[in-house]
Design a protein around this ligand. Structure first.
Ligand SMILES: [Zn+2]
Length: 175
């Protein structure tokens, strides 16, 4: 699929008029300062985000953004509020579209990236994917949690049930 163009580090912006036909390939580590919304969901601790994005023209002239993201972040455990390290990994398969109408015409397995402007921020694309792959609430393994549970049985049952995020549900519904 891709003619192994060399990967470049992530730029602040790419120009949507050029990056697809020029098959832009970007890969590398993204620092916390690159993200707007993600840091507010995290606590002090590990932070590393590695991502790869490939821009290309696909079937029917569709402007594709594909790649993957791999991250280690620290969030607060929703039971004991102590830091909890999360590993997030996800594949990215998006098509750039200009509006909702075009988004609805996409094939299964391709998510829309709606953007009418020429300027695309690769870090924002990576961030969105990370937010989608974050659990709604994260918990330590029960034995690692650092609080006394008053009623282990009842709480245990509750904690074991990991609800999928609303985004995951949406993704499923679209299929
Ligand atoms: Zn905990």
């Amino acid at each position: 699929m891709n003619d192994s163009a060399p990967f470049e580090p992530f730029p602040h912006y790419v120009d949507a008029r050029k990056v697809f036909s020029q098959k832009g390939n970007f890969s590398g580590e993204l620092g916390k300062e690159k993200f707007d919304r993600l840091p507010s969901l995290l606590v002090e601790g590990v932070f590393s985000v590695n991502a790869e994005l490939r821009f290309s023209i696909g079937d029917r002239g569709r402007r594709m953004i594909e790649g993957n993201v791999d991250a280690q972040v620290s969030v607060a455990c929703q039971r004991c509020l102590k830091p909890l390290e999360l590993t997030l990994a996800d594949d990215i398969r998006l098509a750039l579209v200009q509006d909702e109408e075009a988004a609805e015409k996409l094939d299964n397995g391709i998510d829309p990236w709606i953007e009418a402007e020429y300027r695309l921020n690769p870090a924002q694309i990576v961030e969105e994917q990370l937010l989608l792959s974050m659990p709604l609430a994260a918990y330590h393994d029960e034995k690692e949690c650092q609080i006394e549970l008053p009623a282990p049985r009842a709480n245990g049952a509750l904690a074991a049930k990991q609800d999928p995020s609303p985004f995951a549900i949406l993704k499923e519904l679209k299929k």
